[in-house]
Design a protein around this ligand. Structure first.
Ligand code: CTP
Length: 403
């Protein structure tokens, strides 16, 4: 099979399990599925099997060491990360899983994991006691919450001559799931997503404003995931301390009024709108052009509602899919259902912002995702990255039903 420009590139991380021989079949399986595989081995894996075997199978020099003399791999981990559509670790030992879970970067594979933005699939293989150990289970849960996908090991005959859990899953299963994940990278091709993020600032005077605790993380993750799935992304954001995804068309705004203008302008280009922004609900009725001096402090601040951007755009939708958010402190489902109706939404992502350590400013969240008919279930507590995947899966599901 030739290696054309349009072949999806897959990085296969191979670690030191006795089931390493099955990695050859995984390479072949991905190649048969149209993939171009670059193998990365840990140094211990290279003691079990010669890297040459994978070089011959894949047609690419197997990467082993981060600091090899004749190859500047220390830079390659960055350039390769941009090229690949999927990272698979199979077989994955308890050690590499622990390193991924805690961000240890002391060899090529673990360093590479921290560099990639694509989906990651891990197929564990180890002795049953190691697999079931609470520490390993905690590491797996940590990675799951971060959005890493797993192909759970099978029960069967292990190298330690025990019967038990921990046997590497069949290569066909690993390849099948890998190709599915890879397919997602094209699933929004040709679509334009308009995403809003962050808080807005409603100025009282030139130095003071009304705002809220939104960090913008959720909206930025939604934009990033849409880009990964091949969409064109217009990201309209209030003031946040985040770096926008490189390929997004980024529009920075301050107030709800600015955001409204930007959203209405971009709206005709959009197929899907995701309003993740925490638009401030009130603005000062008469903002002062000069700093209000302490001595002139008004007794009360007169406030007025800001425009409801979501309601306005949903009222003028022509086939677009409109996704709203709801931040609530009580009666999550009831408020979400009301907002679907009031704002004419196709999907709502409702979250309870009173839960400690979740939502505002956190990397984690739990949400109730409901479609326009009010159907749906709450998610587990997951990272905002993983939640953005679940949201796009639901959007794509609804898009499929629409077309
Ligand atoms: N929203 C908007 N414009 C506003 C306020 C909110 O477009 N002025 C959008 C948000 O981006 C979010 C959704 O409306 O997608 C719901 O926001 P939320 O603050 O939960 O609800 P509110 O409309 O403010 O309603 P309530 O005060 O009853 O909670």
């Amino acid at each position: 099979m030739g290696r054309g420009e349009d072949m999806a590139k897959i990085a296969l991380g191979v670690t030191s399990s006795v089931s390493i021989y099955k990695a050859c079949e995984i390479v072949r399986g991905f190649q048969k599925g149209g993939g171009d595989v670059q193998v990365i081995m840990t140094q211990n894996a290279a003691k079990l099997v010669s890297p040459l075997l994978f070089t011959s199978l894949s047609g690419h020099k197997t990467i082993v060491d981060l600091f090899e003399d004749d190859h500047p791999w220390s830079v390659a981990h960055v350039s390769l990360a941009r090229e690949i559509g999927l990272l698979v670790a199979a077989p994955a030992t308890a050690n590499i899983i622990a390193k991924f879970a805690w961000g240890v970067a002391d060899d090529f594979l673990s360093t590479f994991y921290l560099t990639v933005e694509c989906p990651v699939l891990v197929a564990p293989a180890m002795n049953e006691a190691m697999y079931l150990h609470p520490q390993t289970q905690e590491n797996l849960a940590r990675l799951r919450a971060r959005g890493v996908e797993f192909i759970d090991p099978d029960k069967g005959y292990l190298a330690c001559k025990d019967e038990g859990w921990g046997r590497l899953a069949a290569p066909e299963r690993i390849v099948g799931r890998g190709l599915e994940l890879l397919g997602k990278t094209e699933s929004l091709k040709g679509k334009t997503a308009l995403v809003t993020a962050g808080p807005t600032r409603e100025f009282i005077d030139p130095v003071r404003f009304l705002s809220n605790r939104s960090s913008g993380k959720m909206g930025f993750e939604i934009a990033r995931e849409a880009l990964l799935r091949g969409a064109r992304v217009i990201l309209v954001s209030g003031p946040v301390n985040l770096v926008p995804p490189a390929r997004a068309e980024f529009i920075q705004v301050q107030s709800a009024e600015d955001m409204e203008k930007a959203v209405i302008k971009a709206f005709p280009k959009a197929d899907i709108v995701v309003m993740a922004a925490a638009v401030a609900d009130f603005a000062a009725a008469e903002p002062s052009l000069r700093k209000i001096k302490k001595l002139d402090l008004p007794e009360a601040l007169k406030i007025v509602p800001t425009p409801d951007i979501l309601k306005k755009i949903a009222a003028r939708k022509k086939g677009q899919m409109i996704v709203g958010f709801a931040a609530e402190t009580e009666n999550l489902r009831a408020h979400a259902l009301r907002k679907i109706k009031e704002k004419n939404l196709d999907l709502i992502v409702a979250n309870d912002v009173s839960e400690e350590g979740l939502g505002f400013d956190s990397d984690f969240n739990r949400a109730l995702i409901l479609n326009g008919r009010g159907q749906g279930r709450p998610t587990d507590k997951v990272s905002k990255r993983e939640l953005s995947r679940l949201i796009w899966d639901r959007i794509e599901e609804s898009l499929g039903k629409k077309s």
